[in-house]
Design a protein around this ligand. Structure first.
Ligand SMILES: CC(C)(COP(=O)(O)OP(=O)(O)OC[C@H]1O[C@@H](n2cnc3c(N)ncnc32)[C@H](O)[C@@H]1OP(=O)(O)O)[C@@H](O)C(=O)NCCC(=O)NCCSC(=O)/C=C/CCCCCCCCCCCCC(=O)O
Ligand SMILES: Cc1cc2nc3c(=O)[nH]c(=O)nc-3n(C[C@H](O)[C@H](O)[C@H](O)COP(=O)(O)OP(=O)(O)OC[C@H]3O[C@@H](n4cnc5c(N)ncnc54)[C@H](O)[C@@H]3O)c2cc1C
Length: 560
């Protein structure tokens, strides 16, 4: 994040100076924004950067305990430099949060520079690999940096100390977070596909109950409950991959537009990166845990690969923006869009469907049979009607409040659900668009169509209350969707293993005895057990000190 921060907020000159050093690892940088007292509320950060015109320097200082930088990855032990976000103060005025490049450690002996106190913040969630990341704490005691180490692409301070705001939206200060959020969506798909690969392969070899007259037991993958829990996660892995590809396109397109000072899609980029990051990471974190449960007891072994994957993955719901805070950002944009509908301003991009407000507010879903739910047009319209009606309902309720802001906070739980509905519509839309493309490979398109319908109908089934409460569906149509879902599971079943093999993960990368490509699980589980250090001695350490005396004492007592 150190590099994209300099690329996005540094001048050409600053990029020329600092990026080669970072690329060649002559310096190691981190992104020091979050503080002990503030993470979500960036504008509440307390670290100060006060301009001293006498020396043409900024004085970086941590005025309070809560202003200590806290969490930045790489900060505790590895980084020599940081992009530090601090309140810019010049001529006695506070101009809010800006980025500054600050050296933290000597390039000679890695010792902290004068005025810099830093270290690691301690162990994190379980024994997961995230403990290999030195998330750190950092305090400044009046550390001086040259004025040219303020990142000056978005705003400047002159030699005399005058603050100059460039003619660019101040939200570009948040550009690094937008960049990482869009990459997190692709990573959600990777993490989810790893968990699903393990669970599908293991479910194919695990047999439990169901043997007739001594025949083989039933593969658990054939149980409808296993399929109804597992196949929506398989479909989600593909859904997040395709929406992540599209989001990367959107981000690239917005970045190119920014180069020519076209800021027209900045809001769309913010809403989509924030919302998709929130929805895909929440779903993926829950799904990895579900995959552990789908593997029964063996899923709880570290050798299954699932506990580690979960422990490393779950902070994605928090870092790069707490998911609730991000969804409320989406909700704000939805409310703004709804308020503009009466002005005749046509919504664009992923909000364009809201322009069909007249139709969508009174449309009746035309589904009459279970098979009708295989028609993408019916799915698309049902999801559009649900999302729009939830947004309009929120806007109407907020409108009844005496104060817009008060109304927004009062209705924030409903706004959260409306934001999720909008983002799920985007995911469904991009999956439908994907399967409409020419897709190479015999039968591949049909399989992806099945998964697209599984993702859409499972999401509809899981959120059926929204569809019914908004009148977007009737209970009968909801039941038909569920009926069709069961038929789709039967179609996915024969290809389930092939659909996870298609992720093409090596056994090494998967790191799971349950997810081995060869399915040879039991010998691998048994072999793995003996690698446990506890098994280095047949008689456990502590027997003579603790167990033996206890056993002997009990034996004596029993003879009395
Ligand atoms: C947005 C906030 C919540 C609020 O900001 P604020 O300034 O107060 O603004 P508002 O008043 O709400 O809004 C004002 C207007 O600005 C608009 N706006 C807001 N944000 C943006 C934006 N980003 N872009 C554009 N516009 C924006 C908003 O809509 C308003 O517009 P209008 O006026 O209404 O028109 C802000 O405070 C905020 O963003 N808070 C969240 C803070 C945050 O996200 N912090 C993150 C810190 S960095 C961090 O956490 C780093 C973590 C590192 C994790 C590692 C990541 C790894 C990813 C890859 C993993 C690879 C693994 C590989 C796996 C494998 O391969 O195996
Ligand atoms: C593993 C990890 C790595 C990280 N790496 C970095 C890094 O490299 N650099 C960096 O700068 N930071 C980093 N962070 C910090 C991270 O960005 C913040 O923790 C994150 O942004 C959440 O902010 P917070 O901790 O202040 O949460 P809070 O906002 O305090 O969240 C607490 C609760 O308050 C709720 N809440 C907050 N505001 C509102 C609101 N307005 N309305 C409703 N509910 C609200 C939240 O939903 C949540 O339930 C990292 C964090 C983690 C866990």
């Amino acid at each position: 994040m150190f590099v994209p921060a300099i690329k996005g907020q540094g001048t050409e000159e600053q990029q020329k100076k600092w990026l080669p050093l970072a690329y060649k690892f002559q310096i190691i940088g981190c992104y020091a924004q979050t503080e002990l007292g503030h993470g979500s509320n960036v504008q509440g950060l307390e670290t100060t950067a006060t301009f001293d015109p006498m020396t043409d320097e900024f004085v970086i200082h941590s005025p309070t305990l809560t202003s200590s930088k806290w969490w930045p990855g790489g900060l505790g032990k590895a980084s020599t430099h940081a992009v530090v976000y601090a309140r810019l103060i010049t001529e006695g005025k506070d101009y809010g949060i800006h980025g500054f490049i600050v050296q933290l450690r000597s390039l000679e002996d890695h010792s902290p520079l004068p005025g810099v106190t830093l270290g690691d913040i301690g162990g994190k969630f379980g024994s997961g690999a995230y403990n290999s990341m030195d998330n750190g704490v950092l305090r400044f005691d009046h550390v001086r940096i040259p004025r040219d180490q303020m990142l000056m692409r978005l705003s400047q301070v002159t030699r005399e100390g005058k603050y100059v705001q460039s003619d660019v939206p101040k939200q570009l200060l948040y550009g690094t977070m937008v960049y990482v959020r869009q990459s997190i969506v692709a990573d959600a798909s990777k993490a989810l596909s790893r968990a699903v690969c393990i669970a599908v392969r293991y479910s194919a070899i695990r047999k439990q109950f169901g043997s007739q007259d001594g025949g083989p037991e039933t593969q658990v993958l054939n149980y409808r409950t296993q399929q109804s829990r597992l196949f929506p996660l398989l479909a989600s892995a593909y859904a997040f991959r395709f929406v992540g590809d599209w989001l990367n396109w959107l981000y690239t397109d917005v970045t190119q537009k920014l180069e020519v000072k076209d800021y027209s899609t900045l809001q769309e980029a913010h809403a989509c990166t924030a919302g998709l990051k929130a929805v895909t990471t929440s779903a993926t974190a829950d799904a990895i845990e579900e995959c552990r449960k789908l593997c029964g007891g063996h899923g709880y072994l570290n050798s299954s690969g699932l506990p580690e994957l979960f422990a490393v993955y779950v902070p994605a719901c928090t870092y790069e923006g707490d998911n609730v805070v991000l969804l409320l950002q989406v909700a704000r944009i939805l409310m703004k869009t709804v308020s503009q509908l009466t002005s005749g301003k046509q919504p664009v991009g992923t909000m364009a469907y809201m322009g069909k407000v007249q139709h969508l507010m009174q449309s009746k879903c035309a589904v009459k049979t279970a098979e009708d739910w295989l028609n993408p047009a019916f799915i698309q319209e049902a999801f559009e009607a649900r999302a729009l009606r939830m947004a309009v309902n929120c806007a109407q309720n907020i409108g009844q409040a005496s104060n817009q802001e008060e109304g927004f906070y009062e209705r924030s739980p409903d706004l959260l659900e409306a934001a999720v509905a909008h983002i799920q519509l985007i995911i469904v839309t991009k999956f439908i668009e994907k399967v409409h493309q020419d897709i190479p490979g015999h039968g591949v398109k049909e399989q992806l169509q099945n998964l697209c319908n599984v993702y859409a109908l499972y999401t509809l089934h899981k959120h059926l209350g929204d569809f019914l409460a908004t009148g977007s569906l009737t209970p009968k149509q909801g039941a038909l969707a569920n009926e069709q879902l069961g038929k789709l599971y039967a179609q996915v079943r024969p290809n389930a293993v092939a659909l996870v093999d298609a992720f093409n993960y090596t056994d090494h990368y998967l790191g799971s005895v349950l997810g081995r490509y060869d399915g040879n699980v039991y010998p691998a589980l048994y072999e793995e057990a003996w690698k446990d250090p506890l098994n280095e001695t047949v008689v456990p350490e502590g027997y003579h000190e603790y167990l033996r005396p206890l056993l002997k004492q009990q034996l004596k007592l029993s003879r009395l």
